[in-house]
Design a protein. Structure first.
Length: 276
């Protein structure tokens, strides 16, 4: 008799994740999202909204963290529901259910996103400065316009003032540009593996189109002075330059496993003693 397909006696039968228990309800994600939204709204409101947003974001993050660490909190599924619902899994040739992946099993290293974001930010800055020189004969205009979202009084400045060098505005513009470039670069490390055949198309066309749409819809509220002087063809060109450079750098790095299916404690390699 051929026993090659017979599993060992001590091997536990395969059980799909969340087939008998589901995560406990938690208000952490909702409270965190509310806090982040209030933090964004505080840019155009006042410091009270900033304080409330920061409090909600921190409190929600703590709730969210406690719900998954060191072990994910689960609640059993009632038996009557287990008998009524059938798991939605693809069945392989070996009759072993394989859950559908909802997150890429591999992603590019975080360092590649940081490096791609920084170099892509340089490419975007070059295009923006070319616009300032070509259209207004000033390299400082696009730099000063970037600070309009945070510096009070910039929106009331005339064009001659915006075309001059301001040390404080320059330092703040550099900080804003670095944070935004690195953040988008980190986003590319996860987004590009979802389109493995066309990484440059996703990074150089799709993401710039989405970013341009978001900026166009919110620019009048976030940065009115930039809306007054912006040139959309040049803005799109700067976004495409960033996307192509950042996407090319990130896509050339070797992917690493995201360790999908492991708990947070297993990913952090935290050892726990046996319960007594």
């Amino acid at each position: 008799m051929n026993h090659s397909n017979t599993p060992p006696l001590n091997e536990k039968p395969f059980e799909a994740p969340y087939s008998r228990a589901i995560p406990e309800p938690s208000a952490g994600p909702l409270v965190t999202a509310l806090g982040v939204a209030l933090l964004a709204a505080s840019l155009v409101t006042n410091y009270y909204v900033l304080v409330v947003g920061a409090t909600c974001a921190i409190y929600g993050a703590v709730l969210w963290f406690k719900a998954i660490f060191p072990d994910e909190r689960l609640e059993p599924i009632p038996e009557e529901l287990l008998n009524m619902t059938a798991p939605n899994y693809a069945i392989a040739a070996t009759e072993r259910p394989i859950p559908r992946a909802t997150f890429p099993e591999e992603m590019h290293p975080i360092r590649s996103g940081v490096r791609g974001g920084l170099i892509g930010g340089v490419a975007m800055a070059i295009v923006a400065c070319m616009w300032g020189i070509a259209m207004h004969n000033s390299v400082w205009l696009p730099i000063n316009l970037l600070t309009g979202a945070l510096v009070p009084g910039v929106e009331a400045s005339d064009l001659q003032t915006l075309e001059l060098f301001h040390g404080g505005w320059f330092a703040l513009a550099i900080a804003i540009h670095l944070v935004m470039s690195i953040s988008v670069g980190l986003l590319y490390t996860t987004a590009l593996p979802m389109m493995p055949r066309y990484p440059l198309l996703a990074g150089g066309v799709l993401v710039p189109v989405i970013v341009t749409g978001l900026v166009w819809a919110s620019l009048g509220i976030v940065n009115p002075v930039l809306e007054r002087y912006i040139s959309w063809p040049w803005f799109i060109a700067s976004q495409v330059a960033f996307g192509l450079v950042c996407g090319w750098i990130v896509s050339r790095t070797e992917k690493v496993s995201t360790r999908t299916g492991q708990t947070l404690a297993e990913r952090l390699q935290i050892e726990r003693g046996e319960k007594r």
